[in-house]
Ligand binder design. Structure first.
Ligand SMILES: CC(C)(COP(=O)(O)OP(=O)(O)OC[C@H]1O[C@@H](n2cnc3c(N)ncnc32)[C@H](O)[C@@H]1OP(=O)(O)O)[C@@H](O)C(=O)NCCC(=O)NCCS
Length: 165
């Protein structure tokens, strides 16, 4: 079951992120994005009462806030539950909710072999510039609305992301 995260899921989500990534960095990032009021959509995957997956979409400033934009991630699935489609279900439901909330573009830094199946592309990523642009094909975008950009739009990541640098 994919559903919105509630207050009671927060500790389980923290532990899930620590286990999936093998360190605390992403768990702390999720906490700080929540504390900063930057969350757009935070979803959990629940299986038999256990939180087995999580995805966060949070606010980004693009082109001086010319249109609403979201960052996808962090996202994580328990190691023993990976490759069963849970991650895909979280992304699809998250994108559906982003679209419904009027988000115009979603940006992601991630594996070039995974996100294109959901419509993300490095070609669209070239229309946006951020400190992650230099990562090449790992920097991807998915436009959910038609966007007329004369030049690459500048993307500002809010302060909580600085701990990842
Ligand atoms: C990335 C992650 C969330 C995917 O969740 P999942 O439930 O295993 O994903 P799905 O079952 O929907 O999809 C599995 C597919 O994704 C691919 N995949 C998953 N992670 C991948 C990665 N890091 N690089 C390339 N491909 C990846 C698998 O090879 C598989 O491909 P296939 O369908 O062609 O066999 C999960 O692997 C995870 O938690 N990883 C550790 C944390 C992480 O790296 N998060 C992403 C960065 S924020």
């Amino acid at each position: 079951m994919i559903r919105l995260e509630t207050e009671r899921d927060i500790e389980a989500v923290r532990q899930l992120n620590c286990r999936a990534f093998g360190h605390e960095t992403e768990a702390k990032l999720v906490d700080r994005l929540r504390e900063g009021g930057l969350v757009i959509v935070s979803l959990v995957a629940e299986q038999w009462g256990e939180i087995v997956g999580h995805i966060l979409f949070s606010r980004l400033e693009v082109a001086g806030d010319a249109f609403p934009a979201a960052s996808l991630g962090p996202m994580a699935v328990l190691p023993e539950r990976q490759r069963q489609g849970i991650g895909s279900a979280l992304i699809q439901e998250g994108l559906r909710r982003c679209r419904n909330t009027g988000i115009a573009v979603v940006l992601v830094v991630g594996h070039a072999g995974y996100y294109p199946r959901f419509g993300f592309s490095a070609a669209a990523g070239k229309r946006y510039r951020s400190p992650y642009s230099k990562l090449g094909d790992a920097w991807m975008a998915l436009e959910l609305a038609p966007l007329d950009l004369a030049a690459p739009a500048e993307v500002q990541y809010p302060e909580p992301w600085s701990q990842l640098d």
